[in-house]
Design a protein around this ligand. Structure first.
Ligand code: UTP
Length: 298
C-alpha cells in the first residue's frame, strides 16, 4: 500500500483574486474548515503516513495551520471550552508532515518534481490542495487507487469523474481502453478538448498515484506556452512508452469539489454548510426564505 503523499499548494490562485491576494486559496474556508484540512484528513483516513506540502511564497499560513498553538490550547483548557478544543484535534494528526518550496510557479508537473527526494524509490499519491473528494472529504478513493496500483502493477492510477459533455473543455480527458467495472486502462490523455473531439467524458479529478518513474517523464516535458510544466504531458509520455496507466472511476458519492474558481467555490461552500449537522438545517430554512424573497421570483 502507498503510504506517502505530495500535496501541491504553491499555485497563484489567480482565478480567485482578490480573495487569494495574500492568502493561499487552499486556506479558504469551506463551511468550518480550510480546504487543505479536508485534503489532509482524507489522506490520513486512507492510511497515508507521510505528507509533503509543496508550498510557495505567501503560503506560510498552511504551515501555521497544521502546527500546534500552545497559547490557544492553554486558553481554551483554562476556559473549559471542550467543544472548541475538539476542533483543534486535527493538530495531532496521525501523519508526519513535511514542507518544501516551489520557488517559481512553473506548473503542477514542476511542483510534483519538488517532491522527488521525499518520494525516493517508493510510489506516492498526489492530492491537489484545492480539490476535496466526497462530502466533507470523506472518501476511500485513495485506498482503492493504491490497491489497483499495487495489484495491477501500474505506473500511474488517476482518479476520474464523469462530467457533462459541454464541460470537457475545462479538464484533462481520458481516452479509455479496456478495463473492468470501476477502472479502465488509459490509452492517452487529451488536455481540455472541445466536446466534439473529446474521447470520453471522464475527467481527471485531482488525485493520482505514481511510481517514481514519473519524475523522469516530468523532466522530459517541454514547458507549455505559459511556461508551465504540465503533469498531463508527463502522463502522456508514460502512455506513449507503453506503461500501465489506469483510471479509477469515482463513485457518485465521491464527487470531486474543485475550488479553483468562484462558481465552484460558492457551490461547494453552500453544499458543505447545508450538510453541517449543527447549522445546516437553519441555513436551509434561511436559504429558502432568501430564494422566495429574491427579485427573480417576483
Ligand atoms: P491550478 O491549476 O488551479 O493553478 O493548480 P493555480 O496557479 O493554483 O490557479 P490559477 O490558474 O492561477 O487560478 C492546481 C493545484 O496545483 C498547485 C496549486 O496550488 C493547486 O493546489 N500548483 C499549481 C502548484 O503547486 N504549483 C504550480 O506551479 C501550479
Amino acid at each position: 500500500m502507498i503510504r506517502s503523499a505530495i500535496i501541491p499548494v504553491a499555485g497563484h490562485g489567480t482565478r480567485l483574486l482578490p480573495a487569494t491576494k495574500s492568502q493561499p486559496k487552499e486556506m479558504l474556508p469551506v463551511a468550518r474548515k480550510p480546504i487543505v484540512q479536508y485534503v489532509a484528513e482524507e489522506l490520513v483516513q486512507n492510511q497515508i503516513e507521510n505528507m509533503l506540502f509543496v508550498t510557495g511564497r505567501s503560503k506560510t499560513s498552511i504551515e501555521n495551520h497544521f502546527d500546534s498553538d500552545p497559547e490557544l490550547l492553554r486558553l481554551l483548557t483554562e476556559g473549559k471550552k471542550d467543544d472548541l478544543l475538539g476542533e483543534l484535534k486535527f493538530e495531532e494528526m496521525a501523519a508526519k508532515i513535511f514542507y518544501t518550496r516551489q520557488r517559481v510557479q512553473r506548473g503542477l508537473g514542476d511542483a510534483i518534481l519538488c517532491g522527488e527526494s521525499f518520494a525516493g524509490e517508493n510510489p506516492f499519491i498526489v492530492a491537489l490542495g484545492d480539490s476535496i473528494l466526497g462530502m466533507h472529504g470523506n472518501s476511500r478513493c485513495v485506498t482503492r487507487m493504491s490497491e489497483l496500483f499495487t495489484v495491477l502493477r501500474a505506473s500511474c492510477v488517476i482518479a476520474v469523474e464523469e462530467v457533462p459533455a459541454e464541460e470537457t473543455r475545462h479538464y484533462g480527458i481520458v481516452d479509455p481502453g479496456e478495463g473492468e467495472s470501476d477502472w479502465v486502462r488509459i490509452k492517452n490523455l487529451v488536455e481540455k478538448p472541445d466536446p466534439s473531439k473529446a474521447p470520453s467524458r471522464w475527467a481527471v479529478a485531482g488525485r493520482y498515484a505514481f511510481s517514481p518513474i514519473i519524475f523522469d517523464m516530468i523532466r522530459r516535458v517541454q514547458p507549455d506556452k505559459r511556461g508551465e510544466i504540465q503533469i498531463t504531458d508527463a502522463i502522456q509520455l508514460l502512455c506513449e512508452e507503453g506503461k500501465r496507466v489506469l483510471a479509477l472511476k469515482l463513485p457518485k458519492q465521491d464527487k470531486r469539489y474543485d475550488i479553483g474558481n468562484f462558481p465552484s467555490y460558492f457551490e461547494t461552500f453552500v453544499e458543505f454548510a447545508l450538510a453541517d449537522p449543527l447549522y445546516g438545517p437553519d441555513l436551509k430554512k434561511r436559504l429558502r426564505e432568501l430564494l422566495a424573497d429574491s427579485p427573480d421570483n417576483s
